[in-house]
Write a protein that binds this ligand. Structure first.
Ligand SMILES: Nc1ncnc2c1ncn2[C@@H]1O[C@H](COP(=O)(O)OP(=O)(O)OP(=O)(O)O)[C@@H](O)[C@H]1O
Ligand SMILES: [Mg+2]
Length: 317
C-alpha cells in the first residue's frame, strides 16, 4: 500500500508539473527568437554615429540655417528608385517652412535627411553656412531638433512619462509639472488632459491605444515642444485634428518661432495648415517645382493653385 501511494503521488504530481511547464512550450521558442533578435540588434553598427573625429563638432548654439545643394537620394534598400532628384533650397533661421505635394513624392524623405537618419546619395546639406551635415556629431546635432512623425509612437505608461521622454535626463530626475504644463498648452493638449479623471497620470495604454488619434498627436507635439528645440520637424503632425485645434497649435508654434529663432518645418496635405508659412515648397516627383508664399503661389496659378482649388469645398466663388 505504501509503495502504491508513493509511486501514485510521484507520477501524479510530476505529470501535473510537466504539463504546466509544457504549456509554455511556445514561449520557449519565442524567447529564443527574441533573445537572438536582441543580440543581432545590439551588434549592428550604425553608419551614422559619433566617432572620434566628429565627437566635438556640434552645430553652433541656437543658430541654424540649412542649405540644400542639389541633394539626390535613394534608399539603401532600393538604390534604383531615386526618391529625390536634385533638391536645392535654403532655410533661414526663424522661418516657418512647409513641404507639400502628392503622396510618395519624397516629403518624409526630406524630413529623414534633416534628422540625419540617412545621408544624401549625392549633393550636400550645409548647416549654419559652414559645416556639412555629414561632418558633425549626430548626437549633438539631434539634441537641438525635435521630430513629430507621421504616425507618432507613444510608449506604455502615463501621459506625464510620455511627455518627459522628450527631455534628455537621467532616470532619477523628474521633469517639473510646470514645464510639462507649458508644453501641453503649446500643443493645445492641456484642456483634454485636465478633463481626464487621472490628469497627467492617465495611462496611455499599449502604443497609446487608450487615446484618440488627435490626442496622441497632441501629446507627441507636447513631447517635441518640451525639448525647447531649435528646429522642429512636423510630418503630418496635425492631420488627425479638427481645424480649430490645429489653428491653436499653429498659433503657439508661430509665436515660439517668432520669439526664439526656431525653424519650423511642416509637411501637410491639408493646405490650411501651411497657409501662414514663410515659404511653401511644392514637391513633385522628387523635385521642387514651385516655391513662395501662399499669395505668391496663388498668383502664379500653377500646381499649388490647382491643389488649393481641389481642396475648396464651397463650390463656385
Ligand atoms: N524605407 C524605404 N525604403 C525604400 N523606399 C522607400 C522607403 N521609404 C519610402 N520609400 C519610397 O520613397 C518614396 C517617397 O516616400 P516618402 O515617404 O518620402 O513620401 P511622402 O512624400 O512622405 O508621402 P506621404 O505624403 O504619403 O507621406 C516612395 O515612393 C516610397 O516608395
Ligand atoms: Mg510622408
Amino acid at each position: 500500500m505504501y509503495q502504491l501511494m508513493v509511486s501514485f503521488m510521484g507520477v501524479y504530481f510530476s505529470g501535473q508539473g510537466a504539463g504546466q511547464m509544457f504549456s509554455f512550450a511556445s514561449s520557449f521558442t519565442k524567447a529564443t527568437q527574441a533573445a537572438n533578435y536582441y543580440f543581432w540588434l545590439s551588434e549592428l553598427e550604425p553608419t551614422i554615429q559619433e566617432t572620434d573625429s566628429n565627437k566635438e563638432k556640434g552645430p553652433a548654439k541656437d543658430c541654424h540655417s540649412y542649405d540644400f545643394k542639389n541633394v539626390q537620394f535613394s534608399y539603401p534598400l532600393a538604390p534604383d528608385n531615386r526618391v529625390l532628384k536634385g533638391v536645392s533650397l535654403t532655410i533661414e533661421r526663424g522661418e516657418f517652412v512647409a513641404f507639400i505635394g502628392a503622396s510618395g513624392c519624397g516629403k518624409s524623405t526630406m524630413i529623414s535627411l534633416l534628422e540625419r537618419f540617412y545621408d544624401p546619395t549625392s549633393g550636400s546639406i550645409i548647416i549654419d553656412s559652414a559645416a556639412s551635415l555629414t561632418s558633425i556629431n549626430p548626437l549633438l546635432y539631434r539634441s537641438n531638433i525635435a521630430l513629430v512623425q507621421q504616425e507618432p509612437t507613444l510608449f506604455p505608461g502615463s501621459i506625464r512619462e510620455n511627455i518627459s521622454l522628450g527631455i534628455d535626463i537621467s532616470v532619477s530626475e523628474t521633469v517639473s509639472d510646470s514645464v510639462i504644463e507649458e508644453a501641453c498648452r503649446g500643443a493645445n493638449a492641456w484642456d483634454f488632459i485636465c478633463s481626464m479623471p487621472d490628469g497627467l497620470n492617465t495611462q496611455s495604454g499599449a502604443s497609446g491605444s487608450q487615446l484618440s488619434g488627435g490626442q496622441r498627436q497632441r501629446i507627441a507635439i507636447a513631447r517635441a515642444l518640451v525639448r525647447k528645440p531649435n528646429v522642429i520637424l512636423l510630418d503630418e503632425a496635425t492631420s488627425a485634428l479638427d481645424t480649430e485645434s490645429e489653428r491653436v497649435i499653429q498659433a503657439s508654434l508661430m509665436e515660439a518661432a517668432s520669439t526664439g529663432d526656431r525653424i519650423t518645418i511642416a509637411v501637410a496635405h491639408r493646405l490650411s495648415t501651411v497657409r501662414e508659412a514663410n515659404r511653401i515648397f511644392v514637391f513633385y516627383n522628387g523635385r521642387i517645382v514651385e516655391a513662395g508664399t501662399h499669395s505668391e503661389l496663388i498668383e502664379k496659378d500653377g500646381m499649388y493653385a490647382k491643389m488649393c482649388e481641389a481642396q475648396r469645398l464651397d463650390g463656385d466663388p
